[in-house]
Write a protein that binds this ligand. Sequence first.
Ligand code: FMN
Length: 197
Amino acid sequence: MKLVVGISGASGAPYARRLLDFLASHAGSHGVEVDVVFSSTGRQVWKQEIGSEPRYPFRIWKNQDFTAPFASGSALYDGMVVIPCSSGVLSRIATGISVDLISRAGDVMLKERRKLLLVLRETPVSLVHARAMTQVIEAGALVMPASPSFYSGPASIDALVDTVVARVLDRLGLPNDLMKRWDGISPRTPEPVEDAT
Ligand SMILES: Cc1cc2nc3c(=O)[nH]c(=O)nc-3n(C[C@H](O)[C@H](O)[C@H](O)COP(=O)(O)O)c2cc1C
């Protein structure tokens, strides 16, 4: 699998870090090739929220470098995740405004009918955002809002972050055990079967 990870300037760099950490340790065994592109604000927010510079064994592209292979459909990439996804990137992809590499790669994923996951982080959501979401969903993207879940009982911020990243990996088809999965209420008390007659 050839995968692009786009990191834009929404809050949520810990989601991106966790995904990249997972891919750095599992990409080889899962046969995944990873390319990364930061928007300039994506880098700034990463610095603000993580502190250190991102260091990963992947090709890291500048957001204005359209020579990246995944700027063209002919390079046959399988999918892209934008994590976190700013409302700006969402809107640019929704309207086909490919002024930077992240938006262009998203555009390519849609036109080539490849997987495009947008881990949107914005609140509240305006009508502009809602319409952009509808537009990209209709065009084939998955909008996966950065909405952590609590039912698995995450005991730390990292565990909470994992509840989002696990769902992203699931959609990419990458086996992971980042979060405890819902298996019904335990211990389960069987409901009495009602007699329909
Ligand atoms: C600390 C910080 C947090 C931000 N959080 C968000 C956010 O959660 N969602 C969002 O859409 N934009 C957020 N922004 C604004 C975007 O960074 C800004 O709209 C920028 O133009 C996005 O650029 P990009 O889409 O090229 O990454 C934030 C900016 C900063 C500096």
